[in-house]
Design a protein around this ligand. Sequence first.
Ligand code: BEZ
Length: 258
Amino acid sequence: MNNLAKPNNNWDAALYEDKHAFVWQYGEDLLQLLNPKPGEQILDLGCGTGQLTEKIALAGAEVIGIDYAPTMIEKARQNYPHLRFDVGDARNFQLEQPLDAVFSNATLHWVKEADAAIASVHQALKSGGRFVAEFGGKGNVQAIAQALYTTLKTLNIPAPVMNPWYFPSIGEYATLLEQQGFDVVYAILFNRPTPLVDKETGLANWLEMFASAFFIGMSSQQQIQVIRMIEEYLRPTFYQDGTWTADYRRIRIVAIKL
Ligand code: BEZ
């Protein structure tokens, strides 16, 4: 793996909590699909600052949250000191006890080595255990990605090399799951246009948080210029009544370990 393809593990946890709460607020729907039960052993894979981990615990399950970013885990531990949070990598985590379920919200689009993540989830589950996940699916943030590519091309920067995102189709991800010994019992791909709360600065803040890999090596002046260009490119379609909307498209799956 080259450096540019490495997932970011240096998130600003305070900024994430302050300005991007929608990440876990939308994830509450996914909890209904997980339907955690008292006494179940559950992993929250990519737990961020722990909000959904806590909801799983409130249902009576024994939950562990892991995240690749030490900054997120530190904040999760501050937020919920009674829960267990560990730094871990989706591509090669191991737990002591076999699990009833692995839950993952808004994380797996950062894991290009999907095979490795699926293998880790598979070995962590009991037979009959469930994997319940939602992340960016095929076509996710397509207009934003196109604006990034077009803008960076004008500056002779190779955007595809910098792209840290993985947005599979149902067919692609379900095939990977089946190849590794899962039954895919539910899969859906749906548009979820997502308003960005910061009004005029919403898109700039989103880009700084989630598209930072594209800005590696740029001066801050150059970064500001690129963000302005992207805003102008997207403004006619994605800025309405003072609010930016991101063109999110989610894949949601439930798979059972055979
Ligand atoms: C997502 O949640 O779909 C997403 C977030 C950041 C970057 C790309 C996708």
